[in-house]
Design a protein around this ligand. Structure first.
Ligand code: S3P
Length: 448
């Protein structure tokens, strides 16, 4: 498929133009590799910093978010080599040994950095920390981790009684706790497990639905004494723990692969091979949803890489049909809903996405953002309080759209633009670099 792809980097905000005028009507082709998993990259840097010895990380995501995590832990004494995807070496300083940073810790745009790190900071007794983030992160709710941490004995202050960053933390000796989380959130679960590492006793977290389990897998690999009861969505961690440095290979991020899974499905005559994708069952909701829509996706060469299941995914275009997405699958595809909305725009019938109110408090309000921006391209889409309703089949026409500084909104709109008539211009497209710095080069590669 020959389309004109132009990234204007001369302005403060980058504009990505995708122009399908007169494009040759061939499909997307080729074999692509995708960058490392964002969730696993954060955890590898954090646990590596807290462990004893040298952790070696291969395949780290070089996006802005993991860079924020690395900068924070460097400021607290961990030695982390220059970030590259071949090999990053982290000299851990051992649990409890983080140094008081000389300046404010900046989590940038990254909710995972801030929420997971709060568990670590709150449990480092005798040290004082201040954490902030960009405008989006400072507007996101921190009470979901601050409140349970306070129940463990944490001292945390911030705007709106500690609900919003900047936050100040005076590290304490925390007590273990049993916590029934009202939200299925890997960030909440992971924060509390990290806080439990230095407590005397068992920290037990139960969640209403199963969220991603990368923390559980990696903590166990680093030597923490941890049990998981999948029948009750409960994780128990026995403190105090000792973490021992590990060799980690980060698989490709299924959340980044999702853009190509949908692009390959909706652009006629496509055939794409996406190599080395993490297919942890707590992340594969996107594969289930696309299967329910009739997509043609096959898993090849399934294997395990440092405790995480990995496969190559092959996608060929098909006619999609509408489906209903809600309930327990939502936490397993929460980051893929913007691109699923694009898939739904090309599916026959009405797709309903519900039980996804969490989307309103991500990097942007992704329900409002996708409804507004896809409407501009001609999609028949409306907001539900907790999701979206999309009537598929309208022809799309290019227009000026906005990413809201949200990486997943920017990339989802770029995929929709491939099937819009004429020119689509996506403003603030640089946000893609949060999780996928090579998105535009890969877009050019598949549009041959
Ligand atoms: C993440 C968990 C999810 C997800 C985010 C990354 C993680 O957030 O949306 O992009 O790495 O733990 P919640 O746990 O808040 O749902």
């Amino acid at each position: 498929m020959k389309v004109l792809i132009d990234l204007d980097t001369t302005q403060a905000h980058q504009r990505l133009t995708i122009d399908t005028t007169g494009s040759a009507k061939s499909g997307l082709r080729g074999s692509i590799s995708i960058p490392g998993d964002k969730s696993i990259s954060h955890r590898a840097l954090m646990l590596g910093s807290l462990a004893e010895g040298e952790t070696r990380i291969r395949g780290l995501l070089l996006g802005e978010d993991p860079r924020s995590t690395a900068a924070c832990f460097r400021a607290m004494g961990a030695t982390i080599s220059d970030l590259n995807s071949d090999l990053v070496c982290v000299q851990g300083i051992g649990l409890g040994n983080l140094m008081e940073p000389q300046d404010i810790l900046d989590a940038g745009n990254s909710g995972t950095t801030m929420r997971l790190m709060l568990g670590v900071l709150a449990s480092h007794a005798g040290r004082f920390f201040v954490v902030t983030g960009d405008r989006s992160l400072r507007s996101r709710p921190m009470s979901r981790v601050v409140n349970p941490l306070r129940q463990m004995g944490a001292s945390i202050w911030g705007r709106e009684s500690g609900a919003k960053a900047p936050l100040a933390i005076s590290g304490q000796n925390l007590l273990p706790m049993r916590y029934n989380s009202p939200v299925a959130s890997a960030q909440v679960k992971s924060c509390l497990l990290l806080a439990g590492l230095m407590t005397n006793g068992e920290t037990i977290v139960t969640e209403p639905e199963r969220s991603r389990d990368h923390s559980e897998r990696m903590l166990a690999a680093f030597g923490a004494d941890l049990t998981v009861d999948v029948s009750t969505n409960t994780v128990s961690l026995k403190g105090p723990a000792r973490l021992i440095a590990q060799e980690i290979t980060v698989p490709g991020d299924i959340s980044s692969a999702a853009f190509w899974l949908v692009a390959g499905s909706i652009v006629p005559d496509s055939d794409l091979l996406i190599q080395n994708v993490g297919v942890n069952p707590t992340r594969t909701g996107i594969l289930e949803a696309l299967a329910a829509m009739g997509a043609d996706i096959t898993l090849e060469n399934a294997r395990e890489v440092t405790g995480e299941p990995v496969a190559d995914l092959r996608v060929r275009s098909t006619k999609l049909k509408a489906c209903k997405i809600g309930g327990g699958v939502i936490p397993r595809l929460i980051d893929e809903i913007p691109i699923l909305a694009v898939a739904a725009a090309f599916a026959e019938g009405t797709t309903i996405i519900e039980d996804a109110a969490e989307l309103r408090i991500k990097e942007s309000d992704r329900i409002a953002a996708m409804a507004k921006e896809l409407s501009k391209l001609g999609v028949n889409i409306s907001e539900l309080p907790d999701g979206l309703e999309i009537k598929g089949g309208n022809p799309l026409v290019g227009d000026a759209v906005d990413s809201y500084d949200d990486h997943r909104v920017a990339m989802s709109l770029a995929i929709a633009a491939l099937m819009a008539d004429g020119k689509t211009v996506i403003d603030r497209a640089e946000s893609a670099a949060i999780s996928y710095p090579s998105f535009v080069p890969t877009l050019r590669q598949v549009c041959v």
